[in-house]
Design a protein around this ligand. Sequence first.
Ligand code: BDR
Ligand code: CA
Length: 311
Amino acid sequence: ARPVIIDCDPGQDDAIMLLLSMASPDELDILGITTVAGNVPLALTSRNARILCDLAGKQGMGVYAGCSRPLVRPLVTAEEVHGKTGIDGIEITEPATPLQSRHAVDFIVETLSAAEDNAITLLPIGPLTNIAAALIKAPAIAGKIREIVLMGGAMREGGNTTPSAEFNIYVDPHAADVVFRCGRPIVVMGLDVTHQVLTTQARSKRIQDLGNPVAQAAHNMLAFFDRHDVQKYGSDGAPLHDPCTTAYLLKPELFKTKACNLQVEIHSELTMGHTAVDFWHVTDRPKNVEWVYGVDSDGFFDLLTERLGRY
Ligand code: BDR
Ligand code: CA
């Protein structure tokens, strides 16, 4: 199984990503789950990650709390999408999975430092603060990274937080800038692809019909998550952003990607956090990412449903 570290800010779509990942031990060896401030403040994302470990029956998983605010800018959260708890839709109780005392950035630095070159895959699905802080603290860890598969950014779709910017990149554009310059292979799941992965009622019902408690919890979270987009945009259901990262590792053939240059806007207040993707190769800037622009969304939901059926 491929060793991975998941860096998250749950968030219902983060929650589904965690459940999908923890249901896939043949492919993924989860070394630890690190949390960051994003959808809700750090104390809540850290508690939520532990609730998800409880739900998946993985109380032994190492969960490490990281940075409580972005590198430069003040924290922006998204309770209007995710609810006050971050994972509205399920019952919140004090988790049995403990919070580790080590800081997430130290966990990332120490785990990567002890690894072989090219060994570890990072799966960031929130603002990139922890990953950037680790790269700043210990630049030599870059060589230990096999690949970064992250959720963030937007090109054709435009932004979901400002007209120009997607939430994860908008919240910490300076961190994103550090990560996109790290020189390692990066696969980017932006809104161009995640907006193709909609949790329609039929898809959510298939998950509920699996009949196990984890699938029921997933369905309940999705029902809450959906209502925001259905009410605001009149869409069929909410985009399941974060699980696209794990799905890519499990079944890359579901996705269409193109090697591109990507740079993050960190100067203009108007377009702060915009991801400038050179999709048509109109510059000779180095190709630093695989930009994902297409997905077989039925195939994605077949995979997710099959994995949730394992609980
Ligand atoms: C991203 O922002 C968060 O609200 C979601 O969890 C996802 O990671 C989508 O823009
Ligand atoms: Ca997220």
